[in-house]
Design a protein around this ligand. Structure first.
Ligand code: ATP
Length: 302
C-alpha cells in the first residue's frame, strides 16, 4: 500500500463576504512519492487548497496531516518539509538569484559547503548561471518563475507544492521544466503536488489527478482510469502491406478503409485480442488513441 504524504479530511474554506465556499468539504490523500496534478477552471479553489496545504491559510473546518503531523499545529515542520512555489510574487526580496538559492538550501539544513554546491547545481539545472548575480527584481516573468522553482527545489525538501510552475514560460522552457520535474521525482522520490492549466504537457508527468470545480473534486484518480471511465473505447489505426488485409476478431469491423490502412474502434477489453490476432509480418504500423488529459479536463469542467 502507498504511504501517505498528505491526509486531508473535511477541508472547507469560505472567504469573508463570499457566498460560495472556495473549498467545500474536501477529503483526499496524496501518496508519498507521487506527482499529483490539480486541474480546474479559474476560481475552482486550487490555490486556496494549496495555500492551506502549506499553512499560509487556515481552513474554517477540517484537518490536514503531513506525514501524520497536523499542519496547523506544527508550522515549523511544514516549512522544513515542503518547498512551495507560489502562483505569483517573489519570496526573494532583493537577494540575487545565487544568494536566494544558497540561503534557502542553508536554511533547509544543508551545511555552507553543501548549500554552495546545491546552489551551483540548481543554477546549472535550470539554466540560470547567466543571471546568477542579478537581483530578483530585475528578472523577466519567465526567469522569475524558473528562479522560484529553483528556490522550491533547494535543499531537496521531500515535498514540493508548485502553483502553476510553467506559467509565463516559453514552450521550450515549459517542456524542459516538465522533464526536470519528472526526473527530480524519479531521482529523489519527491512528492510533487502541482497546479496547472497545461494539461497537454502535464500529461507526461502526472500520476494522479484531481479535477476541481466550485471547491470540490469532480474527478480524482489515475488519468488512465478516469479516461477509461469517460471513454471506454479505443481508436485504432492499423496499417499493412498493400493487398495484405489483416484478419480481425469477430465483431471488429473497420469504419474506414484505404488501400493500406484501416481505422477501428474497439472496447478497451478487446485490445489484447485484437493484437493477438494480427500478423506482424504484414502489419506495418498500429496506433492506439485514447482520451487525453485535456479531453478529461474538458469533459468534467465544460
Ligand atoms: N483572498 C481572497 N478573498 C476573497 N475571495 C477569494 C480570495 N482568494 C480566493 N478567493 C475566491 O475563492 C475562489 C477560489 O479561488 P482560487 O484562487 O482558489 O481559485 P483557483 O482554482 O486557484 O483559480 P485560478 O485557476 O484562476 O488561479 C474564487 O471564487 C476566488 O474569487
Amino acid at each position: 500500500m502507498a504511504h501517505v504524504a498528505y491526509n486531508v479530511s473535511g477541508l472547507s474554506k469560505t472567504f469573508p463576504k463570499q457566498r460560495r465556499p472556495a473549498n467545500d468539504d474536501l477529503t483526499f490523500e496524496i501518496h508519498e512519492g507521487e506527482i499529483f496534478g490539480l486541474l480546474g477552471d479559474n476560481g475552482a479553489g486550487k490555490t486556496t487548497l494549496v495555500r492551506q496545504l502549506v499553512n499560509l491559510l487556515r481552513p474554517d473546518r477540517g484537518t490536514i496531516e503531513l506525514f501524520g503531523r497536523d499542519v496547523a499545529k506544527d508550522p515549523g515542520f511544514v516549512t522544513m518539509t515542503v518547498g512551495y512555489m507560489p502562483q505569483r510574487g517573489s519570496a526573494l526580496n532583493r537577494l540575487t538569484v545565487a544568494e536566494a538559492l544558497y540561503l534557502t538550501a542553508h536554511l533547509r539544513g544543508l551545511s555552507r559547503r553543501q548549500a554552495a554546491a546545491e546552489r551551483d547545481h540548481l543554477l546549472e539545472l535550470l539554466r540560470l548561471t547567466g543571471i546568477r548575480n542579478r537581483s530578483s527584481d530585475r528578472l523577466s516573468g519567465g526567469q522569475r518563475r524558473l528562479v522560484q522553482l529553483a528556490v522550491a527545489l533547494a535543499g531537496r525538501p521531500p515535498v514540493l507544492i508548485l502553483d502553476e510552475p510553467t506559467n509565463e514560460l516559453d514552450p521550450a522552457n515549459r517542456r524542459y521544466v516538465w522533464d526536470v520535474l519528472r526526473d527530480w521525482n524519479e531521482r529523489h522520490r519527491t512528492t510533487i503536488v502541482l497546479i496547472t492549466h497545461d494539461a497537454i504537457e502535464a500529461e507526461r508527468v502526472i500520476e494522479r489527478v484531481g479535477i476541481m470545480r466550485e471547491g470540490r473534486f469532480v474527478a480524482l484518480g489515475r488519468p488512465s482510469d478516469l479516461k477509461r471511465a469517460i471513454s471506454p473505447r479505443r481508436h485504432v489505426a492499423l496499417s499493412f502491406l498493400p493487398g495484405k488485409e489483416p484478419a480481425l476478431p469477430d465483431g471488429i469491423v473497420p469504419w474506414r478503409r484505404t488501400e493500406d490502412t484501416w481505422w477501428l474502434t474497439v472496447d478497451h477489453g478487446r485490445v489484447p485480442e485484437l493484437l493477438a490476432a494480427l500478423d506482424f509480418t504484414t502489419v506495418t504500423d498500429i496506433r492506439l488513441h485514447s482520451a487525453t488529459l485535456e479531453d478529461l479536463y474538458l469533459h468534467y469542467v465544460s
